[in-house]
Design a protein around this ligand. Structure first.
Ligand code: SF4
Length: 293
């Protein structure tokens, strides 16, 4: 993917380098993630009313209903998919957002499900631009943007495992700062919405619009799976959705700062993630998902 100049409003940058634990506001006035809480690690979802078998059936129904939907830049079909998700799962659905270009998904989901929970993995290692995008999104859409926190701060992890664990054992670092926190949160919802796109990587090339997530035992909805980056940028521009400044500066895939570098024009979009290592995914989306759902 070539580098893009994005015709969209951009968030203000947060001063400083890496930002950790900032408060997050939402358009409907709530404060989530930064407010005092008796248990900062308590999941935010309402819990699951359906059995795993019921959820599996719903995934199969959704997969069949939307199997031939072409959501690629076609807003009505994307809206129909998210309306089905909202009607089916009510408040037991969450959006996972990395605050890159997937803010478009949160924007779409908030229209179908006002007040929807938007989960942001606050690893403590994000670029200031990512934090700025989070804050701009929270001020723009009707949603609860939630900082999902690891059990340990960066300083606490450094004390336990030594500094810069991401350089020595990135899989353990991702497990502690991404996989465990998102698994903890997702267990309190019946379905989640992601910003996965097929063009992101070969591992994501077969991403379905609706699928069964066997690892989390829940329904997984990928409304922009068929979108190209240009379609995503076009939607963001038309609807004034804040997206990450770094997307226009050679970062087509944005994760934690220590593990992300810019890529050259034409280079694999995810080549800048964990560069030099075999690792290409943090573990959130690599788990096998049943294709029969
Ligand atoms: Fe740690 Fe890097 Fe994974 Fe972030 S992307 S959790 S810094 S290993």
């Amino acid at each position: 993917m070539s580098n893009h100049v994005l015709p969209v409003p951009v968030p203000e940058l947060v001063e400083g380098e890496l930002v950790e634990g900032a408060s997050t506001s939402s358009a409907n006035g709530g404060l989530v993630g930064g407010e005092p809480a008796s248990d900062p690690f308590a999941p935010h979802g309402p819990g699951r009313a359906r059995t795993e078998a019921d959820l599996h059936d719903l995934a199969a129904q959704g997969a069949e209903r939307f199997a031939d939907a072409n959501t690629a830049g076609r807003d009505p079909e994307t809206v129909a998919l998210l309306a089905w998700a909202s009607q089916t799962f009510g408040t037991s659905i969450a959006v996972a957002c990395s605050m890159a270009g997937d803010t478009v998904v949160a924007h779409l989901a908030a229209q179908a499900s006002p007040g929807v929970d938007v989960l942001f993995l606050q690893t403590g290692y994000h670029f200031p631009e990512t934090i700025g995008t989070r804050d701009a999104l929270a001020a723009t859409i009707d949603a609860h943007v939630i900082d999902v926190l690891p059990r340990q701060s960066v300083a606490e992890q450094d004390a336990t495992h030594g500094p810069k664990l991401h350089d020595r054992d990135p899989s353990l670092c991702c497990a502690l700062r991404k996989t465990e926190p998102i698994n903890r949160e997702l267990a309190s919802y019946e379905a989640w919405i992601t910003g996965l796109r097929r063009e992101d990587s070969p591992l994501r090339a077969a991403t379905a619009l609706v699928e069964w997530d066997a690892v989390h035992a829940m329904v997984k909805i990928n409304p922009i799976a068929t979108w190209t980056f240009d379609q995503l940028a076009d939607y963001a521009g038309r609807h004034a959705v804040p997206i990450n400044l770094l997307l226009g500066e050679g970062y087509p895939s944005i994760g934690c700062a220590p593990c992300t570098r810019p890529v050259a024009p034409g280079e694999d979009p995810r080549a800048g993630r964990w560069a030099g290592l075999a690792k290409t995914e943090c573990g959130l989306h690599v788990a096998p998902t049943s294709k029969d759902a």
